[in-house]
Design a protein around this ligand. Structure first.
Ligand SMILES: NC(=O)c1ccc[n+]([C@@H]2O[C@H](COP(=O)([O-])OP(=O)(O)OC[C@H]3O[C@@H](n4cnc5c(N)ncnc54)[C@H](OP(=O)(O)O)[C@@H]3O)[C@@H](O)[C@H]2O)c1
Length: 268
């Protein structure tokens, strides 16, 4: 009798809330074991929520609490994975934060921290994950970028460029990894109904209102499906969001900047 194939394993950062939690839920329902990462105790709550009420389940969900703005935090995540001594089937590098406000008003330390999370930690974790996947000869990588990568982002003047960085980074990696069995997908969500804009201090902007934004479950599902199919990228959201993302390729930067500024400008 052949031994049953072990469940595939996915590593997901930023999985304690929002889009990352929904991506974790989606993959768990598809039969993946999970190593999920967040910076607060919410990651333990997320693991309990995903496991559900059945304590006898043999499925694996490992919550890891780590501050990915630090070098050691990223290494702690990698150690938690290597301690498992098993293959990695998917890595979803999704954790990110935003900071709203005019550049003359925002705090430099906050912005450097955001760059550390949104850019540096992505490169650092990719540096650990991708050589392993290449050695395995298989694996899926999903980077969460943003539609913000396709436009200037006044009143979030540093956030948007962090998402452009990830988009460009992933595009380069994809080409390098052609033929290795490792796929690289980018998810570019439009505005999505998570706690993201509230935490970014954008509660008094159009983005601060969650009622009109994309459903995080739809955005997460679109990202997971694109990743599992090995697609290069997907704009996450409804038809209007997808149209905006596509049209942004052709619209003048000054026009896009003005339009974006109206949505992100604080009302006070
Ligand atoms: N929501 C949107 O409108 C939108 C649009 C486009 C792109 N995105 C992108 O989507 C991704 C997820 O955003 P979201 O909307 O799901 O936001 P969210 O609900 O605020 O989730 C952010 C996640 O990142 C984690 N995180 C934050 N700081 C961290 C740190 N220092 N170390 C480790 N983990 C940290 C959070 O965990 P803790 O709470 O435990 O720290 C949480 O799990 C981000 O990369 C964002 O740029 C969002």
């Amino acid at each position: 009798m052949s031994t049953p194939r072990p469940a595939p394993l996915a590593l997901i950062t930023g999985a304690s809330s929002g889009i990352g939690l929904e991506m974790a839920r989606d993959l768990y329902q598809r039969g993946y074991d999970l190593l999920i990462v967040g910076s607060s105790e919410r990651i333990d709550e997320a693991a309990a929520e995903l496991r559900g009420p059945d304590p006898t389940t043999e499925r694996t969900i490992i919550p890891v609490r780590a501050d990915l703005t630090t070098y050691d935090g990223v290494e702690d995540v990698w150690t938690a994975f290597t301690d498992l001594d098993r293959p990695l089937d998917a890595a979803l590098l999704n954790a990110g934060m935003g900071i709203g406000g005019a550049f003359v008003d925002t705090d430099l330390d906050d912005e450097l921290k955001m760059i550390a999370l949104n850019c540096t930690s992505q490169v650092h974790l990719a540096k650990r994950v991708i050589p392993l996947l290449v050695t395995q000869g298989h694996g899926r990588v999903l980077f969460t970028s943003s539609v913000s990568a396709t436009t200037a982002t006044p009143y979030e003047p540093v956030y948007g460029p962090t998402r452009s960085f990830v988009f460009s980074f992933a595009n380069g990696l994809r080409e390098e990894l052609r033929g290795t069995g490792v796929s690289v997908t980018t998810l570019l969500p439009g505005a999505t109904d998570s706690g993201f804009h509230g935490k970014a201090g954008m509660g008094d902007t159009k983005f601060g209102d969650n009622t009109w934004k994309n459903d995080r479950r739809d955005v997460a599902r679109q990202g997971v499906e694109a990743m599992l199919k090995g697609r290069p990228h997907v704009i996450g959201g409804n038809r209007a969001t997808k149209r905006t993302g596509l049209l942004n390729k052709f619209l003048p930067e000054t026009y896009k900047a003005r339009r974006q500024g109206k949505q992100a400008r604080p009302s006070h």
